[in-house]
Write a protein that binds this ligand. Sequence first.
Ligand SMILES: [Zn+2]
Ligand SMILES: [Zn+2]
Length: 372
Amino acid sequence: MAGKRDYYEVLEIERSSDPEEIKRAYRKLAIQCHPDRNPDDREAEEKFKELSEAYSILSDPGKRSQYDQFGHAGVSGNGGFSGGFDFSGSFSDLFSDIFQDFFGGGRSGQRQRGFRGDDLRYRMVITFEEAVFGTEKEILYPKLAECERCLGDGVEPGHSPATCPVCDGRGEVHYQQAFFTMSRTCPNCGGQGRVVENPCSKCHGEGREKKQRTLTVRIPKGVDDGTRMRIRGEGDGGLAGGPAGDLFVQIQVREHPFFLRENNDIVCEVPIRMEVAVSGGTVEIPTLEGPVELTVPQGTQPGQMFTLKGKGVPNLRGSGRGDQYVRVNVEIPSKLTKKQKELLKEFTSLSKPAAYKTVSRFDREFAKYKGE
Ligand SMILES: [Zn+2]
Ligand SMILES: [Zn+2]
């Protein structure tokens, strides 16, 4: 792997480039050094392989983020291109991949028409409660969808397309690569077998136009901040009969004034008065289902935790719920009246050491420490 060039450098793009820019850069360069156009040119072939490898990583959002974080090491072992290029095994695969990307063909035997539409991303902000119990949201977003004028055909109504002269309507052309005869999708018609001479005036022959899509998205109970949901086929529509891309809904959960979430458990901190901690009593605390009374025993310590079983977040997969943890903060009054001070003095005079176990233990240890 030594001497491997940076993938962004290979594609001559910025690290911040979006998927569309990556695709464009790749196509531009791949056409230049394509082995088909540079027969018996080792250098062009190497460059083409390097390019394809870079593109295979950067065009995949998951692999790209791995690469951004860890460099080449982050994407090795993912199969395909890592550590040495398997020439004999994957060259034809590589070709069909490339052409699928270029012209919308497919691997031999399962040819697919057209180009797949782009995936889209939608960021959805929901409340803490919505994340816990699930919800349904209507979203509105722009996407490329079938043109209404030509019904996705790309042909101006009243006209019909002509047979592609390059492939004679077969959608496929043959070429020689070393000892093999390979077939690939026709570059002239993108495998459609036809060419449009009178493109639709509304979409300019693309068959797609920008539209506002309204979609009801069901958010399952138990989702968390950062959860990503894939909605198949709701991305941009395909080109030339290709399938639609997917829509990815990225969940962002708003902060809650009381609750912090830890997986399926909820933690909340509740301040109580010193007198309640000393004598015991009940305090009203929030839960996801509304306020409840929590009984605090006599002698409750600062930071003491109480567990409310099954008051947490429902499990996203499977059944059951997490718990709610209540951490009690004891507040000591910062101001006392004269009368309170007197009473406290009296209170102190009545206190026995045994009532303060931790302080008594500390005092004993400390006496030893001082050599008394
Ligand atoms: Zn053709
Ligand atoms: Zn149209």
